[in-house]
Design a protein around this ligand. Structure first.
Ligand SMILES: [Zn+2]
Length: 309
């Protein structure tokens, strides 16, 4: 885990857009034909556990690149043009299994990304997708990394004195990012409790500041990401949620788990973002909220511009 001191931090979303514009500028124009063959964004589809198949949707990264070229040409892309682009794209695909299946619902998601409310895919919509493509770094702010967590605070966090939760927290606090999340929750009156949950693995109840997890989450190392995921939600005191918050919670939870287990099953941030966007529940949330600001207060910085693959 790298640690860098940050003296100046831009507004998170503005930063996202600036990065995306810088990023897309050289790409647009370079991708005019779907069969260019020079693009290889297969790494963006790399994923060890998410089942949704992004590759057959409008959100396939290569297809998004292609659309960016089309947007340059036509300025606005309405539904007819997108359907047409899919048809052209599919004629160039050698393997039937790799064709893109047009879905109106996905078109509306894509067209609505920038919040314009029209049924047109514009550069603003595509820029948001491009912003996720280079990946992200999650870093702990210098000075915060060495802060100690008081034993009383740890006890308050694990309000019921659950042994499995205690063990899980001890494991998570050895990870630099995990430690920041625990320290922040512990000093903000959050509690963690276990109860059998049938349909999901955990949730954060913001009315009572309580994280509730299924007992299996605390005792099975390959589910420890769920507890970290909820700790990210618990860092947001605004009592709201967003596609961005769900995406970052998931990415951070899995990254911490990967480091703990030594088994890399994390998906690319692009896949996680699209998966949340297309999710029937998460996809209904607003695209962004102030989660990045709250994570910074917890000592965690999200950096979009220079991640390694
Ligand atoms: Zn969540």
């Amino acid at each position: 885990m790298k640690t860098h001191k940050r003296s100046k931090i831009m507004q998170p979303f503005l930063f996202l857009v600036v990065v995306a514009v810088l990023l897309t500028a050289p790409l647009i124009g370079a991708v005019q034909a779907p069969a260019s063959g020079s693009m290889n964004s297969e790494f963006l589809l790399k994923c060890g556990y998410i089942r949704r198949n992004i590759a057959n949707t409008l959100f396939h990264p290569d297809f998004v690149m292609y659309l960016s070229g089309q947007e340059e040409k036509y300025t606005v892309l309405d539904e007819r043009r997108i359907r047409n682009a899919v048809a052209i794209w599919n004629t160039f695909v050698a393997d039937e299994r790799e064709t893109i299946r047009y879905q109106s619902r996905h078109f509306r998601k894509l067209a609505g990304l920038s919040g314009s409310g029209d049924d047109i895919v514009s550069r603003d919509d595509l820029v948001i997708l491009h912003a996720w493509m280079p990946g992200i770094d999650i870093e702990v702010i210098d000075g915060k990394a060495t802060e100690v967590i008081h034993p009383q605070e740890m006890q308050r966090l694990n309000a019921d004195g659950d042994k499995a939760i205690h063990r899980a927290l001890e494991i998570i606090r050895h990870d630099p990012v995990g430690k920041r999340l625990i320290a922040h929750s512990a000093s903000h009156g959050i509690t963690i409790g276990a109860e059998p949950l049938h349909d999901h693995k955990g949730y954060f109840e913001y009315r009572s500041n309580a994280i509730v997890i299924d007992p299996t989450v605390a005792s099975y190392i390959f589910k420890i990401n769920c507890l970290v995921h909820e700790l990210v939600h618990a860092s947001n005191p605004d009592k709201n949620n967003s596609v961005l918050e769900e995406t970052l919670s998931e990415i951070i939870g899995m990254a911490v788990q990967d480091r703990i287990t030594g088994v890399h099953i994390s998906c690319s941030p692009y896949v996680v973002f699209i998966d949340r966007l297309l999710d029937p529940l998460y996809g209904e949330y607003p695209l962004i909220n102030a989660i990045e600001k709250h994570l910074r207060e917890a000592g965690i910085v999200i950096n979009y511009s220079r991640a390694t693959q």
